[in-house]
Write a protein of this length. Sequence first.
Length: 367
Amino acid sequence: MSQKMQLWNTLDRASLESQLSAIGHKYVTISFYQYAHITNPIAFRNELFLNWSAMDIVGRTYVAKEGINAQIAVPTKYLGRFREELYQIDFLNGLRLNFAVDDAEAEFPFLKLKIKVRSKILADGLNDTTFDVTNKGIHLDAAAFNQLTDDPNTLLIDFRNHYEWEVGHFKGAILPDVDTFRESLPYIEETVLKGNEDKNIVMYCTGGVRCEKASAWFKHRGFKNVHQLEGGIIKYANDCKEKGIDNKFIGKNFVFDERRGERITPDIIAVCHQCGAPADTHTNCVNDACHLLFIQCEQCKQKMENCCSDACQKTIHLPIEVQKELRKGQNKSNLIFKKGRSEALPFLGNKEKPQALIQQALKNSNT
């Protein structure tokens, strides 16, 4: 195999699933990030791809001049080797690795290894050349996070997206009413932080990469008492379980792999986007012209055949060649950030009915 072929994986989904089944590895899901200064992201990316492919690692990783952001699955037999090789990289030596809270949601969290070079590991819409992303806020462990968020002088901000928040979040957290991270920074500063400069600012996200950049940005903007949950929800949930710390997170933690989520508490605080019944399982519409991400209960999954609408359900029964013709020239970009908010879904955004579910979950957690 040529060097070029070794640097990319081009197999289709069925072939990838068959290949992983044949190999028979047991995987552990790991996420990590590090803001750093990488001089040659392309060379760094290629070296990672070759080294990780040799260990049958799968997953999604972004590399940029500002650092690395990785969500991967490592075969348990290679975990020690992976850690040893990773720590040989100077700026990753001793880095904290976040291990999944629950690996039971999918047989294979990822199907192949994708490592992409981007301008930034996290799109933020910022063009301030004086901004130093490594000048971050104060990191809080689980116990310190609980203590500070009990303080009435604290603002707790969720830096994830609305579709992540609706299946699980911390009690009392503020969610920016935006669709992307790049929109959240100016929105939070203008609508939440302005006039509250004396308050404690505490932020959290899935694994820490978003609120780490946000904490550095708000420090850059002059805010003083800026904090973030170290390791995000993933590390918090693991620490609470291992150390017997009171868990203030309710519901499910959305994750960006085939699992779609990991169960933190048994509480279901969202509803099916099609019938309104309690549900918190995300799925993608099976219509190749759609693939909308939404919440679907088991009953609607059977009834709608994993589709988000009647139109999509009709489409999947058309001949394949007809479906391909219908997809030609279609622009799905308007659906990219519509997750859970498409007008095709009767229960938009889970804004009304879930409140009763949330209040009941809070009541149950306090009894």
